[in-house]
Design a protein around this ligand. Structure first.
Ligand code: KIV
Length: 264
């Protein structure tokens, strides 16, 4: 089976077929996700927290991302591979291009993801001009945790209109996908309808084109308190492949996320 492409994801959006995405960091889990029908494997810099034990994603390096992305690539055959550009590896458009080149050439990523709106527009334009597919990321931006002062819901009130404008600007700059993290469900649905590119939500309600969760969160093995938008699929399924299949099915059928996993 060949890998999913951005063209196919766009068709899924147009046809109303929901996109199931999970994070992956190694070959064994990537194989399980692939066989369970996960459409998009996100090699997230969340690996800094769940694999490396840091209290943020900031220490993650381009070398780390290349290493984990290559492992995910070797373990999978079907899912589209999106890899995070880690913190400050895209502080200028030229650095973004160099970092993306490593993720694509050495890591085997198909798409690179970066966080933010206006400050990254030039980087998105340069990447797009060089044929590098880009996933943008708005809402809660974990790489800016120290600036924002914590992990909390974004885009409430007047900030919602600004977020919608940033999403439009990212699409116009050449972004191919958008992740929306921790924003009110109504705003996420509005952004999803306003854009032609697929929108993948995490803590952003059921109105997005697809959903993503951190794999270890939905397996219930992340230490500490779980975010309220996460459901533990492992406790009902009993094993990892079953939990991942249950997640894919729940996303495809629009049963996850429910209102209890969403924000007003
Ligand atoms: O790094 C990551 O896992 C992510 C998801 C939370 C969207 O960016």
């Amino acid at each position: 089976m060949s890998r999913l492409s951005l063209t196919q994801l766009r068709r899924m959006k147009r046809e109303g077929t929901r996109i199931a995405c999970l994070t992956a960091y190694d070959a064994a889990f990537a194989t399980v996700l692939d066989e369970a029908g996960v459409d998009v494997l996100l090699v997230g810099d969340s690996l800094g927290m769940v694999l490396q034990g840091h209290d943020s994603t900031l220490p993650v390096t381009v070398d780390d991302m290349v290493y984990h992305c290559a492992n995910v690539k070797r373990g999978s055959r079907h899912g589209l591979i999106v890899a995070d550009l880690p913190s400050l590896s895209y502080a200028t458009p030229e650095r973004a291009l160099d970092s993306a080149a490593r993720l694509l050439k050495e890591g085997g990523a198909q798409v690179v993801k970066l966080e933010g709106g206006a400050p990254v527009l030039d980087a998105v334009r340069l990447l797009a001009a060089h044929g590098v597919p880009v996933c943008a990321h708005l809402g809660l931006l974990p790489q800016s945790v120290h600036k924002v002062g914590g992990y909390r819901v974004q885009g409430r009130g007047a900030a919602g209109e600004a977020l919608l404008e940033q999403a439009r600007a990212l699409e116009a700059a050449g972004a191919d996908l958008l992740v929306l993290e921790c924003v009110p469900a109504a705003l996420a649905a509005q952004v999803t309808q306003a854009l032609e590119i697929p929108v993948i939500g995490i803590g952003a309600g059921a109105g997005c084109d697809g959903q993503v969760l951190v794999l270890y969160d939905m397996l219930g093995i992340t230490p500490g308190k779980r975010p309220s938008f996460v459901h533990d699929f492992m406790s009902e399924a009993g094993d990892v492949p079953g939990a991942v299949r249950a997640y894919v099915q729940a996303v495809k059928e629009g049963r996850f996320p429910g209102p209890e996993h969403s924000f007003d």
